[in-house]
Design a protein around this ligand. Structure first.
Ligand SMILES: N[C@@H](CCC(=O)N[C@@H](CS)C(=O)NCC(=O)O)C(=O)O
Length: 200
């Protein structure tokens, strides 16, 4: 199994999940500007969409799209509890949450990285993001993790995306439950190992 990643990006989420599961894998760094891997491969031949994360599975598939990758990985080891069984309401709720993170938070934040975005447009995106963070705060006020009292793949993804708020000077301390949650997730061995491995 190979995970194509770029530091400080959404590929951190499947990276954390791989470490949570204890599945052997190889990390392959991608330069998102040149679209070359660290060994000089043309990344566009691996993922023609040109973005991380991409997972090369042991049976020869290339899987892209973070929410699909983390669910595929969790299902390799159902006993991990990182995703509830398919066909249950708990799984549908997990998918609902992953979709919220990907479409409302991840896609809502992505334009803010564009230095050409006019400040008025940036303000509109930030205002919407702040409303969404308020909704996350409400969820986390009564739960240690997004799906209740158990860490799931959605937490790996939310942690990843919320860590970008530092680039936009959004102080997470204004939401006490989110701030405590970020500390809780950051303390996990999988997260610390993933962050350290991505800095090499
Ligand atoms: N829909 C994709 C989006 C992936 C994505 O936005 N990847 C970013 C990093 S967070 C990237 O590699 N961007 C480089 C590019 O689009 O050229 C997913 O959810 O996995």
């Amino acid at each position: 199994m190979k995970l194509y990643f770029a530091p400080h990006t959404c590929s951190l989420s499947p990276h954390i999940v791989l470490r949570e599961l204890g599945i052997p894998f190889e990390l392959v760094k991608v330069d998102n500007q040149s679209k070359r891997t660290s060994s000089g491969e043309d990344f566009l031949t691996i993922n023609p969409k040109g973005y991380v994360a991409a997972l090369a599975t042991d049976d020869g598939e290339i899987l892209t799209e973070g929410p699909a990758i983390v669910q595929y990985l969790a299902d390799l080891k159902p006993e991990s509890g990182l995703a509830p069984a398919n066909g249950t309401w708990a799984r549908v709720r997990l998918q609902e949450t992953l979709n919220f993170i990907t479409s409302e938070l991840h896609a809502g934040m992505a334009p803010l990285f564009n230095p050409a975005l006019p400040v008025e447009v940036k303000t509109i995106f930030i205002e919407k993001l702040l409303r969404r963070l308020g909704q996350i705060e409400t969820t986390l006020a009564g739960n240690s993790y997004l799906q209740g009292e158990r860490f799931s793949v959605a937490d790996a993804y939310l942690f990843t995306v919320l860590s970008w708020t530092r680039f936009f000077k959004i102080d997470l301390q204004q939401w006490p439950s989110i701030a405590a949650y970020m500390d809780r997730i950051a303390a996990r061995a999988s997260v610390q190992a993933a962050l350290a491995a991505e800095e090499v």
